[in-house]
Write a protein that binds this ligand. Structure first.
Ligand code: NAD
Length: 499
């Protein structure tokens, strides 16, 4: 049995708590490793070492920090296959999808090569008589990130890249379900030239998260995961005086207008609904066709496509569209919600409940499901299922469809399929959701824009990556300066305008 470690001060360090979590192979249901769960003392010691290392890193020229990012890009590309394999083995997603996970994180590291541009500050010459004024962005000190299981490369990289290139030390607490890739990324950062102690990977569960929340040295926390935990971390982190941004769960609606290309919409729904077994925060989980004819034709087109989906282990290569879900508990929860949908009156058009994969009977595979005639009071509509289950909620009009997406408590992503520019523009302008696709089902913004949901999908006022990340991981200091030659008057007792 492989025993995983923490990554502290540039090396692998065994856990001392005596507590471990099993890391499963979701395709077989076997335990493949165990990961140590850190104590508060281990976390606090790692933070203290990071705080000692940070001032020198923070004082390093930003372009030199950028060179570490540049080297990191080369190393991730070099190890792409190894990273993807390790990711698929613990998460279960297919190899091409695992490579996408690494790639979308890598793109944020590429963006961070130019951090010097983002950090260069503002200057006003002659803001008053003999007075100059300038603002600079300084690192916060030690920042921390707490990340979910479903993108074990992308989301840690989204956090590490900006936090480190801004000159902070960074503590990562990855998901205990798939901790290997974050540890591999930490090794690569060392090889790329990152000084020891600047990036610490502390494995753990609620105990280590609480230790981060209560540690006085940690200045900022970036969280991604489910909404109840996001709310908890946001509340406790903020009340402890930290800067906190938390990104939570989702229920992403895709509106299909009567003028849409229905083959294109059906293909989009298949990829966005069932890809990665539906375990994406940007997965489409609700299709909202407008008009009875659109709905009937859409279902007709979806069913044969869903029936053709190939479900299997990542080792089957290109023969597989999606793999198992992450744990037995996740599978149980998905199937329980499917039962509730049937009991509450939704029509199960494609029933994946009996799905069984020969040779992998203990794996956490879930067959694809399609519901029609879903209503807003059903649990399958209200809750995030996070599995290969697509719900169809029929609407009579565009306004009704828009209202469903607007009224749902989550607001992460959404999409509209239409050929009508006016409708698309109206939708993009009015919808209260953070990321919007127009004939694009999964509108994940690229590294130089920002990523973040609204309503119960996001807490805090700055998004991930893009320019927002450089604001989140720095604080602004503004200096007003006058040299002796500019001092012409005696003492001043009133609050002076710069005239
Ligand atoms: P999760 O909330 O269970 O876990 C996320 C992190 O919180 C992990 O590191 C975990 O160890 C920690 N954690 C879990 N329980 C905790 C507790 N009681 N106290 C303190 N910390 C705790 O989420 P998950 O199952 O790993 O990930 C799936 C969820 O993440 C879904 O809801 C998905 O929508 C969401 N997600 C959101 C985004 C986004 O950008 N909005 C992106 C990816 C995933």
């Amino acid at each position: 049995m492989q025993e995983l470690t923490h990554w502290i001060n540039g090396q692998h360090v065994k856990g001392t708590s005596g507590r471990f979590a099993d890391v499963m192979n979701p395709a077989t249901g076997e335990v493949q490793a165990r990961v140590p769960l850190a104590t508060k003392a281990e976390l606090d010691a790692a933070v203290a070492d990071a705080a000692k290392a940070q001032p020198a890193w923070g004082a390093t020229n930003p372009q030199k920090r950028g060179r570490v990012m540049m080297a990191m890009v080369g190393l991730i590309n070099r190890d792409m296959d190894k990273l993807a394999e390790a990711l698929s083995r613990e998460h279960g997603k297919t190899i091409p999808d695992a490579k996408g996970d690494v790639q979308r994180g890598l793109e944020v590291i590429e963006y961070c090569i130019g951090a010097a541009e983002m950090l260069k500050g503002d200057f006003t010459d002659a803001a008053g008589p003999g007075i100059d004024m300038y603002s600079m962005r300084q690192p916060l000190g030690v920042a921390a990130g707490i990340t979910p299981f479903n993108f074990p490369a992308m989301i840690p990289l989204w956090k590490m890249g900006p936090a480190l290139s801004c000159g902070n030390a960074f503590i990562l607490k990855p998901s205990e379900r798939d901790p290997t890739v974050p540890l591999m990324l930490a090794e690569l950062f060392k090889e790329a030239g990152l000084p020891d102690g600047i990036l610490q990977v502390i494995n753990g569960d609620k105990d280590s998260v609480d230790a981060i929340l209560d540690n006085e040295t940690v200045q900022a926390i970036g969280f991604v995961g489910s909404t109840p935990i996001a709310e908890y971390i946001y509340g406790r982190g903020c009340s402890n005086g930290k800067r906190v941004q938390c990104f939570g769960g989702a229920k992403n609606h895709m509106i299909i207008m009567p003028d849409a290309d229905l083959d294109q919409a059906a293909d989009a729904l298949i990829g966005a609904g069932y890809g990665a077994a539906g375990e994406r925060c940007m997965a489409i989980s609700v299709a909202v066709p407008v008009g009875k004819e659109t709905a009937d034709r859409l279902i007709e087109k979806l069913v044969p496509r869903i029936e053709k989906l190939k479900v299997g282990p990542y080792t089957a290569g290109n023969d597989v569209d999606y793999g198992p879900v992450v744990t037995a508990a996740a599978k149980e929860n998905i199937l329980k919600l499917v039962e509730s949908g049937v009991e509450q009156g939704a029509k199960l058009v494609v029933d994946g409940r009996g799905f069984n994969l020969q040779g992998y009977e203990n794996g956490y595979f879930v067959g694809p499901h399609l519901f029609d005639d879903v209503t807003t009071d059903m649990d399958i509509y209200k809750k995030e299922i996070f599995g290969p289950v697509l719900c169809t909620l029929r609407a009579e009009t565009y306004e009704e469809a828009l209202g469903y997406a607007m009224d749902h408590e989550y607001g992460n992503g959404t999409a509209i399929f239409t050929r009508d520019g006016d409708t698309a523009r109206n939708f993009a302008s009015r919808i209260n959701v953070g990321m919007v696709g127009i004939n694009v089902p999964i509108p994940v913004p690229l590294a130089y824009h920002t990523f973040g949901g609204w309503k119960k999908s996001g807490f805090g006022d700055l998004n991930q990556h893009g320019p927002d990340a450089f604001r989140f991981y720095t604080r602004t200091k503004t200096v007003t300066s006058r040299w002796p030659s500019g001092l012409k008057e005696g003492g001043e007792f009133h609050f002076k305008a710069m005239d």
